[in-house]
Design a protein around this ligand. Structure first.
Ligand code: DX5
Ligand code: ZN
Length: 239
């Protein structure tokens, strides 16, 4: 099999919802992803946890490889794992189009970003709520998307941390308008206008979508929330 990610993140300039399957029915993942695809989202967020970097365990490359056969969405894999450089290639091989790793976990982040690009994937760096923005200032401009955590990683359904969200403003100043800023944790119709006004353009939502019987309705409620907030000035973005 050729190792080359094929689907690309939408170019910066649009707001995208990236449903996180963490709160989906893991016994029916392909069906769950088909439903969100029918709602018109372009990206699905796949949370990978190793029980070491975070105190929870989820999925790895074998599950992603199986899902790849059932979906045309951009696979945005969020690696909450130690030593991401050891495993990144296997995720791209399995079908991940975008690979985000944590700045706290990587020894040589620049090298890993280069490697992901060589593999044809896009690259993302992630910042935990307690990690200063300064720690990513050199690598963020090399990425295609920066992920700002608004909960401590490990579990879905946690409370949104407003102080962590405020880091989006600083990250936007560092990366300018052409790099996506993704926000992850406690995103719902109430928190959406806040993070969009700070400059986020890629909204991960797990519990707010998959805890609802009507997943499509839940996605539309988030869309409605950012459309209603559209006259709030979006910092540092082109649109
Ligand atoms: C948490 C994960 C998130 C999680 C978000 O560690 O990275 O992607 O699924 O879940 P909600 O939207 O429920 O906060
Ligand atoms: Zn995530």
């Amino acid at each position: 099999m050729k190792i080359e990610a094929s689907k690309k993140l939408p170019k910066a300039g649009t707001i995208e919802i990236a449903p996180s399957i963490l709160s989906a029915d893991f016994a029916r993942l392909a069906d769950e992803i088909a439903v969100i695809e029918s709602a018109g989202v372009k990206v699905v967020h796949l949370d990978v946890m190793d029980g070491h970097f975070v105190p929870n365990i989820t999925i790895g490359p074998p599950v992603i490889a199986k899902l790849r056969k059932y979906s045309n969405l951009v696979f945005d894999s969020h690696l909450m794992i130690s030593e991401p450089e050891k495993f990144a290639e296997r995720f791209v091989e399995a079908g991940a189009d975008h690979v985000t790793f944590h700045i706290e976990a990587a020894n040589e982040p620049k090298r890993l970003i280069d490697k992901l690009h060589e593999l044809g994937a896009t690259a993302g760096i992630c910042l935990n709520p307690d990690t200063p923005v300064d720690s990513i200032k050199d690598v963020a401009p090399l990425c295609d998307m920066v992920l700002v955590m608004t909960v401590h990683p490990g579990f879905g359904g946690q409370k949104f941390i407003l102080d962590a969200a405020k880091k989006i403003i600083q990250v936007r100043e560092i990366v300018g308008p052409d790099i996506r800023i993704e926000v992850d944790g406690g995103i719902d119709p109430q928190t959406t206008p806040i993070v969009v006004s700070y400059g986020a353009d890629t909204l991960v939502a797990g519990n707010a979508i998959f805890s609802k019987p009507d997943r499509v309705g839940a996605i539309n409620a988030i869309r409605q929330a950012y459309k209603e907030g559209h006259n709030i000035k979006r910092r540092g973005t082109r649109s």
